[in-house]
Ligand binder design. Structure first.
Ligand SMILES: Nc1ncnc2c1ncn2[C@@H]1O[C@H](COP(=O)(O)OP(=O)(O)OP(=O)(O)O)[C@@H](O)[C@H]1O
Length: 229
């Protein structure tokens, strides 16, 4: 479970997130939708510790992680799949998968990822840079899962990915959630993906969360209108 209370994030004097609070339960997939530049990436960077929080508190499974460096947050169960995927293009699929693991990688862990994403097993010796966008996204998710997180953060995972693969990614995320009872927080501009994938949805606008709905209560037209403004 992740709880964010009154988080404020700024680049120098420029406050991008004035005050955000939300929580996501174990086994819940929360979608954060918002247009370009509304603060999704900034929020995730603050959650994983790439940017310091100016104030507020981030708690994961009861542990306060707000002041921790990124590697400690990962050790405490947070994993991040960044926008653009950021896989290592010159490392093989296998080397990418184990790149975030401390010490010797566990074979069963790698096999579990291959079971989730069979294409990664087929391509295990290929260079990451030679994979398609969708395959790279699967690799980035697999790499994040290798650290055995309890909270998985994904920043715009559908960016640059073709529609049929977007459906696969949605299915995989739900499968991972069911299998591992993870908390998943995913930011998106694509509403249909969020409606397919998430249990609840919140809208980010100029660094503020403006509404939150359970998926079954979402007024898609209203949200689309907010995203189109
Ligand atoms: N390094 C930075 N220094 C100063 N301002 C920044 C920096 N990075 C982002 N911003 C500003 O913060 C605001 C939020 O940007 P952010 O990248 O978090 O938005 P986003 O919702 O993720 O959008 P996108 O879909 O384009 O990634 C924007 O106004 C952006 O110009």
């Amino acid at each position: 479970m992740i709880t964010v209370e009154n988080l404020e994030v700024a680049y120098g004097q420029s406050v991008v997130i004035p005050d955000i609070s939300f929580s996501a339960e174990k086994g819940e997939i929360l979608g954060i939708v918002g247009r370009n530049g509304m603060g999704k990436t900034t929020l995730f960077r603050a959650l994983i510790g790439m940017i310091p929080a100016k104030s507020g508190e981030i708690t994961v499974d009861g542990k306060k992680i707000t002041k921790q460096p990124s590697f400690k947050r990962v050790a405490n169960g947070v994993a991040f799949v960044p926008q653009g995927r950021m896989i290592f293009p010159y490392l093989s699929v296998y080397e990418n998968l184990i790149s975030g693991v401390r010490g010797r990688p566990n074979r069963t862990d790698v096999e579990e990822i291959y079971a989730l994403f069979p294409v990664l097993q087929e391509m295990r010796n290929r260079k990451g840079g030679n994979l398609s966008g969708g395959q790279q996204q699967q690799l980035a998710i697999g790499r994040a899962l290798m650290t055995k997180p309890s909270v998985l953060l994904l920043d715009e995972p559908t960016e640059g990915i073709q529609p049929s693969i977007i459906k696969d990614i949605s299915r995989s995320l739900r499968e991972i959630r069911d299998l591992k009872k993870l908390t998943i927080v995913v930011s998106e501009q694509v509403l249909s993906f969020v409606l397919d994938t998430c249990d609840s949805l919140t809208v980010i606008d100029k660094g503020k969360l403006t509404r939150r709905d359970r998926r079954e209560d979402v007024d898609a037209d209203k949200i689309k209108a907010m995203l189109a403004v």
